[in-house]
Ligand binder design. Structure first.
Ligand SMILES: [Fe+2]
Length: 462
């Protein structure tokens, strides 16, 4: 399918799906810009690149917000300067076959095996063991160069035999990358640990309740938390095209906790109240308990898989929530930590797996309101401070970058792309995480619009 510019949906037409409207609309050009306007002062110690991924369908249309060719946006910073902005599609077989049916492209018609090189590679971008990987949960990662050019699919020399989550966890103590792959056919969940040098140390199948959508998980210093939640794969929906996942009232919601290097038999399962969690904030060990925090949805995709956040739907948004799993007694308790809808939770990388003091999230607000980032302080009852971006300005995921001489775990900056609806342009904003009420310390103005996207990383020079 080829869609010409005149056939593309208008960005503000009433009939245009929410996920193709306004700043959710895809852009068409790949650019490299070296002459960037800067307001404020970029901290001179920031040497590296801020990369962010998102779905940007090259045909201009897609059936769901989560579907569409991955496009990376990146900015290189060095010595207080912004050297360049680049945006590049990840060059996958989906990109090479615009509008093709993904299943038809991936499935071998004789063996019915799926080719895991077929990816949109649109969800996250991380660095580990000397590689930069663009991730999506339905396929292999794609390796990317520091200039955002696609190197190709990467499967750990054949040791990755399933898809890979877009939310691996990097252990700041061991340098391990811990992740999983899930599938709609058995094995429903395969757990992996990769050493700091990139060698696969563990690949373990875990028994789940069935084929469910598993977007994220959590890892403490000693334990791994697996989410088995009631978003089930539905073959009928799959045959209709679009999002093949639906809520099920009949599927027992539960969380599994096992030692980090554990096996299937080591998983202790805890039945919990039904919910869905796209993203976890962190997990840590506390005596006999493993504590996990994340953004909890009461329900998801009951009548529609649409994900619009407006005045009517914002109250159904996710809230920061805490679960405590007692490994000795088998008891589980949980509580909501704040009543404000939020998503895209991040912590300081150094706090991963241990009790984080601070968590950062994007406020979920209707686009008619100015956007905000919240900073939660767990040492003070999950109290929050707020950075307001102002009328018409919408941020994305706040990525925390620690200062080199950090004394406290919030010494550093938050980075996020911000869209200004008035000028219809975007900027990378750098915010002092210790002073949330202040304006950005630096704003790198971009000559183009960076569409609403998903996840990103600050990748410091080695
Ligand atoms: Fe995600």
């Amino acid at each position: 399918m080829t869609v010409t510019d005149t056939e593309r949906p208008g960005r503000f037409d009433a009939g245009t799906p929410w996920h193709l409207q306004g700043n959710n609309a895809p852009i068409t050009e790949e650019l490299t810009e070296t002459n960037l306007e800067i307001v404020g002062a970029i901290p001179s110690e920031l040497q590296g690149r801020f990369f962010r991924n998102g779905a940007n369908p090259q045909t201009g249309v897609s059936e769901h917000w989560f579907i569409g060719d991955g496009m990376l946006h990146g900015i290189e910073l060095a010595g207080g300067k912004a050297n360049w902005y680049r945006n590049r599609y990840v060059k996958t077989p989906m990109f090479a076959n615009p509008g093709a049916d993904r299943t038809e492209l991936a499935m071998d018609s004789e063996t019915f095996e799926m080719d895991l090189n077929v990816s949109a590679a649109n969800t996250h971008v991380i660095a580990h063991a000397g590689r930069i990987l663009a991730l999506e949960e339905g396929a292999f990662p794609y390796e990317i160069s520091p200039e955002l050019e696609t190197i190709g699919p990467f499967n750990y020399d054949g040791k990755l035999t399933t898809s890979m989550t877009a939310h691996p966890k990097l252990c700041p103590h061991t340098g391990e990358l811990i992740f999983f792959g899930y599938g709609v056919l058995p094995p429903y969940f395969t757990y992996y640990r990769v050493a700091a040098d990139g060698n696969v140390m563990q690949s373990t199948e875990i028994t789940m309740g069935g084929p469910t959508m598993i977007h994220d998980f959590a890892v403490s210093r000693n334990h791994t938390v697996i989410m088995d939640l009631p978003m089930v794969f539905d073959l009928e929906l799959a045959l209709q095209g679009g999002m093949p996942i639906r809520w099920s009232d009949d599927y027992q919601a539960r969380m599994g906790v096992m030692p980090r290097a554990g096996q299937d038999v080591d998983v202790k399962w805890f039945d919990i109240d039904p919910c869905y969690v796209f993203h976890t904030l962190n997990a840590h060990d506390d005596g006999d308990e493993v504590v996990m925090r994340g953004c909890r949805l009461e329900k998801l995709w009951l009548d529609t898989a649409d994900m619009v956040v407006d005045e009517a739907t914002v109250d159904q948004g996710a809230r920061l929530h805490e679960w405590r799993f007692n490994m000795k007694t088998g008891a589980v308790s949980d509580r909501q930590l704040d009543d404000a809808p939020c998503e895209f939770p991040r912590i300081a990388d150094a706090d991963a797996g241990t009790q984080e003091r601070y968590g950062y999230v994007m406020a979920q607000r209707p686009q008619t309101e100015g956007g905000a980032v919240f900073k939660y302080d767990q040492a003070n009852g999950a109290s929050k401070t707020v950075h307001e971006f102002g009328d018409g300005k919408t941020p994305g995921e706040p990525v925390f970058v620690a200062a080199a001489d950090a004394k406290n775990s919030d010494d550093g900056w938050l980075m996020t792309f911000v869209h200004d609806a008035v000028t219809d342009t975007s900027a990378l904003e750098i915010i002092d995480a210790t002073d949330m009420a202040a304006g950005p310390v630096a704003e790198i103005k971009l000559p183009v619009r960076v569409p609403t996207g998903f996840h990103g990383s600050w990748i410091a020079d080695a």
